[in-house]
Design a protein around this ligand. Sequence first.
Ligand SMILES: [Zn+2]
Ligand SMILES: [Zn+2]
Length: 367
Amino acid sequence: MKAKAAVFREKGVDLKIEEVEIDNPQPNEVLVKTVACGVCHSDLHFVKGSILGPVPTIPGHEPAGVVEAVGSAVRSVAVGDHVIACTSMFCGRCKQCQQGRPYLCMDRRACQRKKGDTPRISLDGKPLTQFADLSAFCEKMLVHESAVVKIDDDIPLDSASLVGCAVTTGVGAALNTAKVKPGSTVAVFGAGGIGISIIQGARIAGAKQIIAIDLVPEKLDIARKFGATHTILGGPDSPDGDPVKAIKKLSRGGVDYAFDAVGLTQLSQQSFYSLAPRGLAIIVGAIPHGQKLELDPGHFYVEKSIIGCFMGSNRFHIDALDYLDFYKQERLDLDSMISERLPLEDINEAFKMMDGGKVTRTVITFD
Ligand SMILES: [Zn+2]
Ligand SMILES: [Zn+2]
């Protein structure tokens, strides 16, 4: 069947709305009519060339929609179900999956079509490789069953879509990766979609102090609405001065957890240096390929740690439903995270806005 999609061909060239051909589901696949898809920094990194992958492709990996068809072996969803999707699909059989870490699945190929099969998506008669195995900036998505989770019909799909990446990554970074303790102190560098999600995760976990750091004053105001107890304006001319010193002063000696929500080596360093003894720094944002992170080893004497975080260490089929329960209980605010809704045709505009650094989350909505 035909579907309209935003196709990316090369760095520096705007995405173009084109018609692609979507195949019918194989036994373990689900066809979803896309209703909403958040625009993530990983999409932006990809179209700017700082993450590499096969082209042409259709970006987009934070979607929600309605199931249109299912393969013969699919049991977890049915036609008409509302679903959200995440790129953390999994085989269920490899060592990481068996140890309860499906987000680190070592056999992702099990969730893709076999070589020689008809491609899930083709463009101009040629196979198109799915971005994040989802390719969600498209009217329809054909994905592996493990990529989708059924959600309640009364949850608005635009808000729910954010759980597909930003919320799973950020809330999961606080709850799963860092395991933030009640009464602890937290610093979050970067108050975009991921940073706001970390702040909410830390608030849900019961942190007593949550310090948000960003270069944009408006984003600090937003951070307070989502649970930041203190804010620090970053940048060389900031009246708040050096963020590390400011954090140490506010927290009386350093925080228990510090998150780099952006993925910049300077912020990773500052996260590490802001910690109290025994503190934990978590690198959540993706540091661009080829860069090196340098750390003053003296900080290890007081038993500080620094760790990575991939997709909020998620078990999507459990976490997503927890997060949507938090949403229903008004403990997790998804609605206010959406700063803009745009049609697919405005995808390039959405990327420009995100690059400008002022939006929390833009969601592409489909009719
Ligand atoms: Zn993402
Ligand atoms: Zn696996």
